[in-house]
Design a protein around this ligand. Structure first.
Ligand code: PMP
Length: 332
């Protein structure tokens, strides 16, 4: 029996991706983070940051969690907050899909929409959320907690304590490589550190989408945004505190022209209905398998479900505008 929904976060299954494993002669395994109760890997970060703030006294009974996020983290924070007796206020840009806004509201979060501006502008939704929390705390001490997921190391630490060790145990220590994309960097850094601590020979790889500056940074030493992508929740233009300590050996930029067809193939060949960041991750796993050669075990993350991105992933007009197309099996 579980004592609350909180106990259902983590301990996700590791699933063999059969077509790619058979084609490469490697074991290519996906950690099913979409099976977390909030439907994504970000339930872990939410729980890690909330637990740390409760332990430090930053988050007290009756407190409100205030975060700037456009997606999965907000859902995780609202869900964990509800289960532990905290309200949540999510600040997001007003150009986000109605689906995301409605999903957050359905999870009981108060959603505040503000105009989208670049990160360096103080009116950016992340800075605005920090300011709102600070104002609430100035008025009423400890009434608000700002998780600040990009810079809060409780995000990385939770992956280091749970996701990484789970992968080690589920593969009985036979993992040779781990690859995933980066939003905050909490997942790659936390899992990478946990695996390297157990076996420093395990290769840790970054699969970066178009539009992100991170691949260029790890390959050439300079933050430079290259290309574009329809993926959401991944890529970054800066090195966050969570990413700083990531033990990265290899990096690739994965184009949408490979990642999106991979999303459709996972649906049709494996019965796995996953979002676009999982497509980037699985193409990364394929590249790592090809690099290491047959006989190796590669793990990646299956972050969330395709159902969160229907307006993009199954919209012929939108796909065409991005130089992409629906799979031949899709019946509109
Ligand atoms: N995939 C999805 C769908 C996400 O929402 C996120 C987080 N924004 C990530 C991957 C990246 O995870 P992290 O923040 O741990 O780097």
């Amino acid at each position: 029996m579980h004592n609350s929904i909180i106990d259902c976060i983590g301990n996700t299954p590791l699933i063999r991706l059969n077509r790619l494993s058979d084609e490469t002669g490697c074991e290519i395994l996906g950690k099913a983070e979409f099976m977390n109760p909030g439907g994504s890997v970000k339930d872990r970060a939410a729980l890690g940051m909330i637990r740390a703030a409760m332990a430090s006294g930053e988050l007290r009974p009756g407190g409100t969690i205030v975060e700037g996020t456009a997606g999965n983290t907000g859902i995780g924070l609202a869900l964990v907050g509800n289960a532990l007796g905290f309200r949540s206020l999510i600040v997001m840009p007003d150009n986000q899909s109605k689906g995301k806004i409605n999903t957050l509201r359905a999870h009981g979060a108060e959603v505040r929409l503000i105009p989208p501006v670049p990160y360096k502008n103080p009116e950016h939704f992340v800075h605005t959320s920090g300011r709102i929390a600070a104002e609430m705390n100035a008025e009423n001490a400890n009434s608000a907690f700002w998780p600040n997921q990009f810079e809060n190391l409780a995000n990385r630490d939770f992956h280091e304590q749970t996701t990484g060790p789970e992968i080690w145990e589920q593969t009985e220590g036979r993992v040779d490589g781990f690859v995933c994309s980066v939003g905050t960097g909490g997942t790659l850094s936390g899992v990478g550190r946990a695996l390297k601590a157990r076996n420093p020979d395990i290769k840790i790889a970054l699969s970066d989408p178009g539009g992100s500056a991170l691949h260029h940074y790890f390959a050439h030493g300079e933050l430079k945004s290259v290309g574009t992508s329809i993926t959401e929740g991944i890529g970054n233009s800066r090195i966050t505190a969570n990413l700083e300590s990531a033990p990265i050996d290899i990096s690739w930029q994965i184009p949408d022209s490979e990642a999106i067809p991979m999303v459709y193939s996972l649906i049709r060949d494996e019965g796995l209905v996953l979002g676009s960041s999982s497509g980037i991750n699985v193409v990364g796993a394929l590249r790592l398998a090809q690099d290491l050669g047959p006989g190796h075990t590669i793990v990646t993350l299956l972050c969330d479900s395709a159902t969160r991105y229907m307006e993009r992933l199954f919209n012929a007009e939108y796909l065409q505008s991005q130089g992409l197309s629906l799979p031949t099996w899709y019946q509109p």
